[in-house]
Write a protein that binds this ligand. Structure first.
Ligand SMILES: Cc1cc2nc3c(=O)[nH]c(=O)nc-3n(C[C@H](O)[C@H](O)[C@H](O)COP(=O)(O)OP(=O)(O)OC[C@H]3O[C@@H](n4cnc5c(N)ncnc54)[C@H](O)[C@@H]3O)c2cc1C
Length: 490
């Protein structure tokens, strides 16, 4: 990093991870977590965001001049101030997701953005007797100066969903303030599943739900180093593992989304890193700000996945000779059904930018209804796209023989019998495409992608509440309009 730029190299990012105290548990405590292949491949995803930010080809949208420190920084650490910032953020996420499926780093960027807006709102309601916003700006500067990629821990383990946190049998199901001193707070509890938590330097924790007065200890937002005393991180998804096959796609050979669980065991957070401390009325504000921003990010990454599924569907119909009409179905129509969602979600993203509004903190905020609707639509049609892809590719993807046989002279002729389809397509290419489809729609990695499409950024009900709540005034107007039409009263 130099005087003008605050941009780490991918190696500097990896070195920073290696310098952390070991606190990652897989089937045992990992003394050198960066040597674990799955964690390494997860870190490769984040490293790509560092790499592209330094590449002149991508700099225009991957970086921005920070109004805080005056340096060129990674856009993920910038608080969007203009509609152009939001547009470039969408471009950045889509570019990364086209390579790695889930860009992962947006989760921390969205938390920074939510804190910028939320801390100002709390201070204002406290008539500026609190200084959360100033604390946050100091923290943001630290993140920008050191080009850190933080994660955001919002979702608590929660326990029995029908009970509020203070009535849970296991109090630690939700993160809470255990003790408060002049110097700061001590926090405990569980956040899960937290994207990129296994390969981050910093954890930002936000409240995940709305809380009443009896749950005020759970209304807490803070940031700690990933290796702070008392933090434990657990590797999740034992079967979501690195791919090795020669015919495996890059995603899996080089990249992986390896999720983590964070347990806070009486972790000390100094005052300057506490951004909400018991103001329970603002717990929902923080959670909702984050959720809407994260759903906006989804309107960038999900079109990338729909585009990948569209391209896959087109290729497999080329390779299998299934283009055109077949009994009562038509390949083009099936492909259209996948691609249409990409168009709709991109449209929602553009609408969210078009109707974005400046907030009192100075940050711009994408339109809540369009951002939530974009995520809602992308989630609603995700399994439909997978269904079409499974239909179009036939039964081969999950039923491939072992790839090694293609190279074995004895068995290669047998493989040719199976894999020769459209004339001119080498059997290796046919195998690779079918393996790619297997990874995308019939593997543990693909399963994680499906869960992410449903629950990432909150579940469907939460999206509906955000859309409905913000649409009520307009919906009432609809009722009045119809009443006027029907009753014919001027
Ligand atoms: C791939 C992936 C990545 C993720 N990354 C992150 C991350 O980086 N950071 C983060 O903070 N979180 C992350 N999450 C978590 C995500 O935000 C949550 O999964 C999501 O909010 C849903 O919460 P949950 O898993 O606890 O499910 P639940 O809240 O238990 O929801 C499951 C179902 O139960 C219903 N339900 C919930 N409560 C009730 C009730 N009281 N009565 C009746 N029905 C109810 C819901 O509507 C839903 O249908 C990630 C999730 C996935 C899958």
């Amino acid at each position: 990093m130099d005087n003008q730029e605050s941009l780490k190299t991918p190696k500097e990012y990896m070195d920073a991870l290696k310098a952390l105290k070991p606190n990652i548990i897989k089937d045992r405590l990992l003394e050198k977590p960066c040597e674990d292949e799955d964690i390494q491949k997860g870190a490769n995803v984040v490293a790509l965001s560092y790499e592209l930010a330094r590449d002149p080809k991508y700099k225009d949208f991957m970086t921005v001049k920070s109004p805080l420190n005056g340096k060129i920084i990674n856009r993920f650490n910038h608080i969007p101030l203009t509609k152009d910032d939001l547009r470039k953020k969408l471009k950045m996420i889509k570019t990364l997701a086209s390579e790695v499926f889930c860009a992962q780093r947006c989760v921390g960027g969205d938390a920074l953005h939510a804190l910028h807006v939320g801390t100002y709102q709390v201070d204002k309601s406290n008539k500026f007797k609190t200084d959360y916003h100033q604390r946050f700006l100091k923290y943001l500067r630290y993140i920008q100066d050191n080009d850190i990629a933080p994660t955001a821990a919002v979702t608590d383990a929660k326990g029995d969903r029908s009970l509020p946190p203070h009535l849970q049998e296991e109090k630690h199901s939700n993160v809470f303030i255990e003790e408060e001193t002049d110097k700061g707070i001590y926090v405990s509890g569980v956040k899960i599943p937290i994207t990129m938590s296994l390969y981050t330097e910093e954890i930002i924790a936000l409240p995940g739900l709305q809380y009443g007065e009896k749950d005020k200890d759970f209304a807490v937002a803070f940031a700690v180093p990933a290796d702070a005393e008392g933090v434990e991180r657990y590797v999740l998804g034992p079967d979501v593992t690195s791919l090795h096959g020669e015919y495996s796609p890059t995603h899996g050979l080089k990249y992986l989304n390896k999720e983590g669980m964070i347990i806070f065991n009486h972790v000390f957070v100094p005052k300057e890193r506490v951004f909400l401390c018991g103001e329970y009325r603002f717990a929902a504000t923080f959670a909702n700000l984050f959720a809407s921003l994260h759903r906006f990010s989804y309107t960038a990454c999900k079109p990338a996945i729909y585009d990948i599924m569209t391209g896959t569907a087109m290729l497999i119909s080329d390779y299998n000779g299934t283009k055109g009409e077949y009994f009562l179905s038509n390949t083009s129509e099936k492909i259209f059904e996948i691609y249409k969602t990409s168009i709709i979600v991109r449209g929602m993203a553009q609408a969210a930018v078009h109707s974005a509004k400046e907030t009192e903190s100075g940050a711009i905020f994408p339109d809540t209804i369009f951002a939530n609707m974009g995520k809602y639509i992308s989630s609603e049609y995700f399994h439909e796209a997978i269904r079409i892809l499974q239909d179009m590719s036939g039964g081969l993807p999950p039923n491939l023989p072992y790839g090694e046989l293609l190279k074995d002279e004895k068995y290669r002729p047998q493989m040719k019998k199976l894999l020769t389809r459209k004339k001119g397509i080498p059997i290796e290419d046919q195998y690779k495409l079918n393996e790619f489809i297997r990874v995308l729609v019939a593997s543990n990695e693909g399963g994680l992608l499906q869960f992410g499409s449903k629950h990432g950024g909150g579940n469907k009900e939460a999206e509906k509440v955000a859309i409905y709540g913000n649409s009520l005034r307009n919906m009432s107007k609809c009722k009045k309009h119809v009443h006027k039409m029907v009753m014919n009263n001027k």
